[in-house]
Design a protein around this ligand. Structure first.
Ligand SMILES: C[S@@+](CC[C@H](N)C(=O)[O-])C[C@H]1O[C@@H](n2cnc3c(N)ncnc32)[C@H](O)[C@@H]1O
Length: 320
């Protein structure tokens, strides 16, 4: 019996660690980018396949994010965002081969997003500096460097704070952290908390590079999915996954939800994913509402995510 349990654990670990074809390909692309640019351009390279959205004129009409931002901006805010001079030179946008028009659009959209997030930022995440580490895009507003990633992290932190009922978490687990944009906001917002990142390569190495340059190593640890299987019960009081479950196989989603159930017992789970998404490479259709949420989780909220209008965000209390 013991041997069988052990075998089961090993096979579970192997299956969590094996990325879907979608991430196998992206992981290879990211390795090539790392070899070419090193880590120093992570916010201009890999981040564009994590959660840094590009807005281009070509896809503008179908952009629900842009529609959301325009619908939630006053005419005077829009005018101010358009009128403020911006930096569009190829030198400033090195490594980002977008047209000047697309750079202009990006700057305008990031400013509109910032203005929206300013109204939904109870923990003042937007007062944090955007780290120069990773070479962020040159978007300036209100006399400082701003970023789409920090604005989105502010909105996520606001939703998480609501789920936690304003009780600061002491141990946070994030699955699929990208380079660590949300981890940065949460580690700054909750200075007593420790943080565990669970990810596959090369993202695990990238977030380790980023976060250990910003925070003391005692506060953060980095685990591959196999190692995460041995995390203790009730070892996190906040578990999050943002835009990562949808890119896994259905079996992996079930296993991660089981893991969250065990590790996060008594705490809060926050998920933000595409409402529905077709992963063509693996032939998998993801549906937020079809996720097999453990029955003992108590729903705290389930709502469309702000700005990324194709995303849903929900939070649960596990077990109590
Ligand atoms: C779209 S990115 C989102 C990154 C980050 N959450 C953000 O919002 O910036 C998806 C993340 O999921 C991770 N991922 C993919 N498959 C995974 C798996 N089987 N186990 C853990 N993480 C995985 C990727 O490496 C990446 O970090």
């Amino acid at each position: 019996m013991v041997a069988r349990d052990h075998d089961e654990l090993i096979s579970k670990a192997a299956s969590l660690s094996k990325p879907a074809l979608f991430w196998k390909r992206l992981g290879r692309e990211h390795e090539v980018q790392l070899a070419r640019h090193g880590f120093d351009a992570v916010k201009r390279q890999q981040a564009l396949r994590y959660f840094t959205w590009r807005w281009s004129w070509r896809s503008l009409r179908g952009s629900r994010q842009m529609r959301f931002l325009l619908a939630h901006s006053s005419p005077s805010t829009l005018l101010r965002c358009l009128a403020e001079p911006a930096r569009h030179s190829s030198h400033e946008w090195e490594g980002v081969p977008w047209s000047r028009r697309d750079r202009w659009l990006y700057v305008t959209a990031a400013r509109l997003l910032w203005e929206y997030a300013r109204k939904h930022d109870p923990l003042s995440v937007l007062s944090l500096p955007e780290p120069k580490l990773g070479d962020p895009l040159p978007v300036r507003w209100r006399g400082r460097l701003i970023s789409q990633d920090l604005a989105n992290a502010a909105l996520e932190t606001a939703a998480i704070t609501r789920a936690l009922d304003n009780v600061p978490p002491l141990s946070i687990l994030e699955v699929g952290a990208g380079y660590g944009r949300t981890a940065y906001a949460l580690l700054e917002s909750f200075p007593e908390a420790t943080y565990t990142v669970v990810d596959i390569e090369p993202a695990l190495t990238i977030s380790r590079w980023y976060l250990t340059r910003l925070f003391p190593s005692e506060r953060i640890r980095f685990l591959n999915p196999g190692e995460a299987e041995s995390l203790g019960a009730r070892s996190a009081d906040l578990v999050i996954s943002i835009s990562s479950l949808q890119e896994m196989t259905p079996g992996q989603v079930v296993r991660y939800l089981d893991l969250f159930d065990r590790v996060g017992e008594g705490g809060v789970v926050y998920l933000k994913q595409w409402r529905s998404w077709m992963n063509p490479e693996d032939g998998i259709a993801f549906d937020f509402r079809q996720m097999p949420i453990p029955p003992r989780w108590r729903l705290l909220f389930d709502e469309p995510a702000p700005v990324q209008a194709n995303f849903q965000q929900a939070a649960w209390r596990v077990g109590w």
